[in-house]
Design a protein around this ligand. Structure first.
Ligand SMILES: [Zn+2]
Ligand SMILES: [Zn+2]
Length: 263
């Protein structure tokens, strides 16, 4: 396959990783899988040796645990905001990365990787300087937007006019509040810097749906406070209300690569 490809390789609290490629040159957004799991997942859609960059959304372990390993093994540059790098360095969370492979990304300032233009946008989440990512190529736009406490104008702008979107649909509000998590954790998840509920994801879809939106992957589902069916039905209902019958809706696989979309 060639062209501009996009898909989640894993999604959820056990590991997040998304893949985009243009004419065979790939990038990862997050690498929250062990190095071995990440290599296997990448082999399903491309080749780890063709990875040109890894972009970090934030320092939580479910987004970074294979990042250092992959960077060292294949000499892949890692991009993160300065505050996220500071957090990596303070905690040693991704191990030692060669200084030539350490790249700082500034939200709103795109970088070019093998013909793809990658731009970070700020998201509200309980991390040092969390971001989502826009990948543009061939006049198309793919977006990763997970770990979002609430919709902000920057998030709305980030997902607007996209052709493919990984959107967080973390929890069902009833399941969360009636579930077994301690109250303080429920409040963190549902808080302004926590995670996006199915309902909130449904509302955000209104900002993303246009005639060009081809594929939505619902991502970062809670294993405890959601189910793929409930999340799917909530988003399908939201798309139905928007008259968006042309949009293909998938729940991202938790442990496996999801079906690739060619843009
Ligand atoms: Zn997080
Ligand atoms: Zn996360």
């Amino acid at each position: 396959m060639s062209g501009f490809l996009f898909c989640p390789l894993a999604s959820g609290s056990s590991g997040n990783c998304a893949y985009a490629s243009l004419n065979g040159a790939g990038i990862l957004i997050d690498a929250g899988l062990s190095g071995i799991r990440a290599e296997k997942a990448i082999a399903g859609v491309g080749n780890a040796k063709s990875l040109k960059a890894i972009f970090a959304t934030h320092e939580h372990i479910d987004h970074i645990c294979g990042m250092g390993v992959l960077s060292r093994r294949y000499r892949i540059p890692v991009y993160a905001t300065q505050a996220t790098w500071d957090s990596f360095d303070n905690r040693g969370s991704i191990g030692k990365v060669d200084k030539f492979l350490k790249k700082v990304i500034t939200p709103g300032v795109p970088v070019e990787i093998s013909g793809m233009e990658v731009e970070a946008f700020r998201i509200p989440h309980d991390a040092a300087d969390p971001v989502g990512y826009i990948v543009r190529a061939d006049g198309k736009k793919a977006v990763v937007a997970t770990d979002i406490g609430h919709a902000t104008d920057e998030v709305r702008r980030g997902i607007a006019d996209s052709d493919a979107l990984i959107l967080e649909s973390n929890h069902d509000l009833d399941m969360l509040w009636n579930g077994r998590y301690p109250r303080v954790l429920k409040e963190r998840i549902n808080g302004d810097k926590g995670h996006l509920s199915n309902d909130a994801a449904g509302e955000l879809l209104a900002c993303a749906v246009t005639g060009r939106l081809k594929r939505v992957y619902l991502g970062h589902l809670s294993e405890e406070n959601n189910s793929p069916l409930i999340a799917y039905c909530a988003a399908a209902a939201a798309l139905g209300k928007l008259g968006a019958k042309h949009v293909s809706l998938l729940v991202a696989e938790r442990h496996l690569p999801s079906e690739v979309v060619e843009l």
